[in-house]
Design a protein around this ligand. Structure first.
Ligand SMILES: *Cc1c(COP(=O)(O)O)cnc(C)c1O
Length: 360
């Protein structure tokens, strides 16, 4: 049976060209073929991230690197900025790594207040801060630059930023922001199948990592840096994913990053306009809304799960019925990756066609 096309905010639909690229030849990873592949991806992916620094490839989902950040960087205490499922979980992960952790917790749907970060860091004792740029579970886009500027004003406090659902969908410039680690899994905004994460580290992050004991091996930043110098990875990489990453990054640059960003913005606006027509309200406040997905509050008179099932069964399109503790109370529509105004319109038409039967 054919599977529905995914308009869920991760994983997202994958282009046939990307799957075709994954079927590239088997090559050994300690040799010129692999080193050539590794090097060939660097200029493009660095452009996407806005950095002149090496981009490391981790054969893991995003959580591997997210946990790695805790293990490589936290010596004293980490401050986790929590505003939804993914950012909240980072606090638990820090504790499960045996690290001292504190959090700023806001209600799901609300953004992180930069001034609250300043106040908390002023208490002292912190050496690392974690931030999810685009909180995929709530559709909140956090004020990254404002938070980065504040964290930078504190000596020896490193800022780690998760851009899983924003990298390549919205402008982000690692070098200008002056952040310490940027990471992303590839199955959301980058529109690859799951199984790979990309990340960049600052000099300060690498220096910290070198001093932290018990940082383990698989996600050791120093190992990544050492191997990168030879265009290689510490352990056997997911070579098919790297073929796919090369293919997608080439497509991104061919489209042009500015065009890619505005395509996401336009498609996101289309979804918002459609929702407004139905009186569906967005969960995040104005000014803090993602441009790669939309999270709506489920109205009381909507049989949401019936509606979503009907759209899957009759039209072959899947949206998401809420994540974590707001499952069933919200629904999310992704416009990230390869979607166009035409494909978004097809989805909205299908949602419209089935809606009346599930409204009371
Ligand atoms: C999906 C997601 C993650 C977790 O990704 P995994 O692939 O499950 O490791 C982390 N952060 C954000 C913002 C996400 O959307």
């Amino acid at each position: 049976m054919s599977k529905p096309k995914l308009f869920t905010p991760g994983p997202v639909d994958v282009a046939p060209e990307t799957y075709a690229a994954m079927a590239g030849p088997a090559i050994g990873h300690r040799g010129a073929d692999f080193e050539g592949l590794y090097a060939s991806i660097q200029p493009g992916i660095r452009q996407v991230i806005g950095t002149s620094r090496p981009v490391f490839f981790s054969t893991s989902s995003a959580w591997g690197v997210m946990e790695g950040c805790i293990r490589n960087l936290v010596q004293k205490k980490v401050l986790n900025l929590c505003c939804g499922a993914f950012s909240d979980k980072w606090y638990g992960v820090a504790q499960s790594c045996g690290k001292e952790a504190e959090k700023i917790q806001v209600e799901w749907g609300q953004p992180i207040d930069p001034e609250a970060v300043r106040a908390k860091l002023s208490e002292g004792g912190f050496d690392t801060v974690t931030l999810v740029h685009n909180e995929t579970s709530t559709g909140v886009l956090n004020p990254l630059k404002e938070i980065a500027d504040i964290v930078k004003s504190f000596n020896d406090v490193l800022l780690v930023v998760d851009t899983v659902s924003s990298l390549s969908a919205m402008p982000i410039n690692f070098d200008d922001l002056g952040i310490d680690v940027l990471l992303a899994g590839v199955q959301k905004a980058i529109a690859l199948p799951p199984g790979l994460a990309v990340f960049v580290t600052s000099d300060a992050a690498l220096e910290r990592s070198a001093k932290v004991e018990d940082r383990g091996y698989y996600f050791d930043f120093c190992e990544f840096a050492k191997n990168d110098a030879k265009n290689n990875t510490p352990s056997t990489p997911a070579i098919p994913h790297l073929y796919a990453l090369k293919e997608r990054v080439d497509v991104m640059l061919k489209e042009g990053l500015a065009n890619r960003f505005s395509r996401h913005e336009e498609n996101n606006k289309m979804v918002h306009a459609w929702a407004e027509g139905h009186g569906f309200g967005l969960l995040p406040p104005e000014g803090y809304r993602s441009k790669s997905l939309s999270c709506f509050v489920t109205p009381d008179n909507l049989d949401q799960s019936g509606w979503i099932k009907a759209v899957i069964q009759k039209h072959g399109f899947a949206i998401n019925g809420g994540y974590g503790k707001i499952k069933g109370k919200t629904f999310r529509i992704s416009n990230m990756g390869n979607e166009t105004s035409e494909t978004m319109q097809e989805l909205l038409d299908a949602l419209d066609a089935e809606l009346p039967a599930f409204l009371s």
